[in-house]
Design a protein around this ligand. Structure first.
Ligand code: HEC
Ligand code: HEC
Length: 434
């Protein structure tokens, strides 16, 4: 990450890495000794807190009726081109809001792994390349993606008008008169770079004020979804109970972690260096890094073509997003996160978001394109760091996992991050009428 490190020639880099490794190995503590004050401080910083960051861009983010509406929409398959795809298709509650596939599958195949929605509200940038800067504007993407919902914003607005008008208006006020199909055709959306596209033509034929009215409904849809998603939070896991007990003076941590998980935790915070990127209550620095992962395969083991630009592309897209912070439909006035964002930043090339490790044992496969089927394959990767980055370079701070770190211990620790699912009332469509 730092610029002096980048200027050092590769050999010196490697030497320094080896020396560092040696120093750690020679000075390493016995695997099962008592926690040091520094270790206790570090583990305290990893405990789950309930202070979800405020969503300044969404004035109904914490409004209960908006959450109920968003909940119904999240599970509604009718909001798709073939009537078969809902958000929950790829974010299944019982799979901790993932889908168990390498790459997600909606109306068509996608090229990325579906991350969990649990805790997504903690990240300033959403999606694996951070191409959205809010949870509400994120929800607009899959609706119009041909390989996901395969829908369009006019069809969505009509569906809301026909089936959700009363609960919608109770939260957001009156809807435009979508019954007027002269002004509001059944289908249409802006299709960049394709003026001949039928959906683009329908969209372009509309009055600008009507386009804006549809964009407003579209944004409100996202805001209701976000209000629901804010209830989807990771829950305290054995790890949290353990740390709280240790900090309260109970040396065996209430028996919450077995010795293997404790050794894994120690390595995670120390020799293995995981905590450099996986830190804070979500076990993510909320930043982007290039791990130099190999190319992805599809479910049949075929290599997928196409190289994923990662954060470089994401940073470029969020700056141009008509629904980002500071644009008409965002309620946020201060956009500090965007102000200093420069897509040309060298470390963005081929970088992806550091995922949360909360409930990670429940959300296989792993990595942005499902490159690892299970946690053992993830650790095999960190152990050997095979191959070269497809794009840019592997982050210099990333060193192969030392031989002294046992994969079983690390997996035992990662397993201790699994908590229960959120309250059952949020795990399906709302029970009562909206
Ligand atoms: C076809 C499967 C599919 C559908 C349908 C789908 N998603 Fe996703 N979702 C994904 C994939 C794949 C990603 C990661 C894509 C990327 O980063 O480019 C993702 C990412 C996300 C994220 C970002 C998580 C993070 O950590 O950054 C959220 C939140 C989310 N989806 C919510 C939704 C909502 C809300 C809907 C419905 C409006 C939805 N998804 C529909 C597959 C899907
Ligand atoms: C340089 C920062 C960095 C370090 C150090 C690091 N990680 Fe990661 N980790 C990431 C990033 C970034 C990803 C996502 C990469 C991608 O998908 O392209 C990731 C992905 C993962 C995943 C997959 C999660 C998922 O949902 O797909 C696991 C598990 C994981 N890391 C565990 C670890 C462990 C254990 C260590 C220590 C041995 C570690 N990481 C060290 C940045 C880091």
């Amino acid at each position: 990450m730092n610029s002096t490190a980048r200027r050092l020639p590769r050999m010196v880099q490697k030497l320094l890495g080896l020396l560092g490794l040696l120093a750690v190995l020679v000075g390493c503590k016995p695997a099962d000794g008592p926690w040091t004050p520094a270790e206790k401080r570090l583990m305290a910083s990893l405990v789950l807190t309930s202070k979800l960051p405020e969503s300044t861009g969404n004035y109904v983010a914490d409004e209960p009726r908006a959450a109920k509406l968003g909940q119904a929409l999240f599970f509604d398959k009718a909001l798709s081109g073939d009537g078969k795809v809902a958000c929950a298709t790829c974010h299944e509650p019982q799979k901790y809001f993932t889908d168990g596939r390498r790459q997600a599958q909606g109306m068509g195949a996608t090229s990325r792994n579906a991350p969990t929605v649990l805790g997504a509200g903690w990240f300033p940038f959403v999606f694996l390349d951070g191409r959205k800067d809010s949870l509400w504007s994120q929800a607009l993407g899959p609706i119009e993606a041909d390989n996901e919902h395969g829908f369009d914003r006019l069809a969505l607005a009509h569906a809301l008008y026909d089936r959700y008008r009363q609960p919608y208006e109770a939260v957001f006020g009156s809807m435009p008169n979508l019954a007027d199909v002269q002004r509001f055709p059944a289908h249409g959306k802006p299709v960049e770079l394709d003026r001949a596209h039928p959906l683009q033509r329908a969209w372009a034929a509309m009055q600008m004020a009507d386009q804006e009215a549809v964009n407003q409904v579209f944004a409100h849809f996202g805001k209701a979804i976000e209000a629901f998603e804010r209830h989807l939070q990771p829950q305290p896991a054995p790890f949290d109970h353990y740390v709280k007990a240790v900090l309260a003076g109970n040396t065996n941590g209430g028996g919450q972690l077995d010795p293997a998980a404790q050794r894994g935790l120690r390595a995670f915070m120390g020799r293995a260096g995981c905590v450099n990127c996986h830190n804070g209550p979500l076990l993510s620095d909320r930043g982007f890094h290039n791990l130099g992962l190999p190319g992805a395969k599809d479910d049949k083991g075929q290599m997928l073509t196409g190289i994923d630009g990662g954060r470089t592309m994401g940073a470029g897209k969020v700056k141009l997003d008509p629904f980002r912070c500071g644009q008409a439909h965002s309620d946020a006035k201060e956009c500090d996160e965007l102000r200093f964002l420069d897509p040309r930043f060298a470390d963005f090339v081929g970088a992806f978001k550091t995922p949360s490790l909360r409930n990670v044992a429940m959300t296989a496969p792993y990595f942005h394109a499902g490159q690892a089927q299970n946690l053992r394959e993830v650790l095999d990767f960190y152990r050997t760091l095979p191959g070269r980055a497809q794009l840019g370079h592997r982050e210099f701070t990333l060193q192969p996992l030392p031989g002294s770190v046992d994969a079983d211990d690390m997996i035992a620790f990662l397993n201790s991050l699994t908590g229960p699912l959120p309250a059952v009332e949020w795990l399906g469509p709302p029970k009562d009428r909206l």
